[in-house]
Design a protein around this ligand. Structure first.
Ligand code: ADP
Ligand code: MG
Length: 386
């Protein structure tokens, strides 16, 4: 994966990203800061990353001409969206360095394969069963109920998931999901959730962001805090070691996030992986001396990985489209001036053309000298934004 590394600062070198969402946009910013050009492939004419990239290949991910253009222009390719078909990465990977590779992305794209990989690595995950046929549905052990039925593919932000209490609800839920392959997971009693964002290079060297504590609302990440409150050094070490095992097992090259549950009672359980920078690592742009997006650039170009140092405690709030509507459902503009008057505010807006409820429009990170101050400012912002 060395070709582009020699070209740092050489304006001729272009790094490609599959997917034009906010992760691609923040990747482009990090790549451009190091002197690279960026190319984005995304079918959306006004994608957040397409808007800030030198090249936007506006085509479906499997479009042959589009893939050929990416191959012609780029020195290396990464992805920002795990639902980019692995097939596109196979095609690109046959000609160019891609990080992560198609194989690893294919595992993360499929909850059944993902769980099998986690188990193979000796990391605990939620008791679960694969449901692809009515016979498998009927054979589900009682112990998995109440549970959560999740589509094996294409789910994110709580989409493609239905909570079920009993067999009747399970059957109805599978019908609602149109009988596609699913994973039923036992509903676990969570104390809280954490995540580890790591970067692994081709030599197997792993560096990671500080362990993050995450609060979800309606299946969508709402708040991330670092350092993670309530996480002992031993628990953090266990999570980082588990995430590294999962990455090593895939001979993964790139940025990987592993989400974990911490159960009431303290047990650590791996939830899922994302083969890319992750929403819970966005704070690193403002709180660490190397961000998760710069790590992605470094991984794909063979530049050195250094361990990110958290220089400020941080609290990140996701800004969902809901904030663009008042209680009566009328459109409004959030009070950005009020937010930016708060100490340590770092406002990131993704340039999305329209706000919808549940849509990730931006995020807001507060850094401060102490965790308590960061939390206090974040609370003030949450009140202001209503
Ligand atoms: P997504 O791909 O949508 O992020 P997740 O599997 O991470 O899907 O589920 C979203 C959220 O739902 C989790 O962060 C957690 O809060 C909750 N959740 C998921 N699975 C379970 C489970 N087995 N037990 C309890 N809560 C769960
Ligand atoms: Mg998740």
């Amino acid at each position: 994966l060395l070709p582009a590394a020699a070209d740092v600062g050489a304006q001729s070198s272009t790094l490609g990203v599959m997917g034009g969402g906010q992760l691609g946009r923040m990747f482009a910013h990090a790549a451009q800061r190091l002197g690279y050009f960026t190319a984005v492939m995304d079918p959306d004419v006004a994608s957040p990353a397409g808007l800030v990239s030198h090249v936007h290949v506006q085509a479906d991910y499997l479009d042959e001409q589009g893939l050929a253009q990416m191959l012609k222009r780029c020195a290396a390719i990464t992805t920002e969206f795990e639902n980019v078909p692995a097939g596109a990465l196979y095609t690109l990977g046959a000609h160019l360095p891609t990080a992560p590779d198609a194989e690893a992305v294919a595992v993360c794209q499929d909850r059944a394969k993902e769980k099998a990989h986690i188990v193979r690595c000796g990391v605990p995950c939620a008791p679960h069963a694969l449901i692809e046929t009515p016979a498998q549905l009927a054979a589900v052990p009682d112990g998995l109920l109440p549970g959560i039925l999740k589509t094996a593919r294409l789910g994110y932000d709580g989409k493609g998931q239905i909570r079920v209490r009993d067999r009747a609800e399970l059957e109805a839920a599978w019908a609602t999901l149109k009988g596609v392959p699913c994973v039923l997971e036992q509903m676990l009693a969570l104390d809280f959730e954490i995540s580890v964002v790591l970067a692994r290079d081709a030599h197997g060297r792993v560096v990671h962001l500080p362990v993050q504590r995450n609060l979800h609302r309606d299946g969508i990440l709402a708040v991330t805090e670092v350092p993670a409150p309530g996480v002992s050094a031993a628990l953090a070490e266990e999570a980082v070691a588990a995430a590294a095992k999962i990455a090593d097992g895939l001979r993964y090259v790139g940025v990987l996030c592993v989400e974990f549950f911490v159960l009431q009672g303290g047990q650590l359980v791996a939830n899922e992986m994302a083969p890319r920078p992750h929403n819970s690592g966005h704070h690193s742009i403002d709180s660490c001396d190397v961000s998760q997006f710069e790590l992605q650039v470094r991984c794909m170009t063979g530049l050195p990985l250094v361990a990110p140092r958290l220089h400020s405690p941080a609290v990140m709030l996701n800004l969902l489209g809901d904030l663009w509507f008042d209680a009566e459902g009328r459109e409004r503009t959030p009070d950005w001036a009020g937010v930016l008057a708060l100490p340590g505010a770092h406002l990131h807006l993704y340039g999305k053309s329209s706000a919808r409820k549940g849509r990730k429009m931006g995020h807001l990170t507060f850094t401060a000298a102490t965790a308590a101050e960061a939390r206090a400012a974040a609370q003030q912002a949450a009140t202001l934004l209503g």
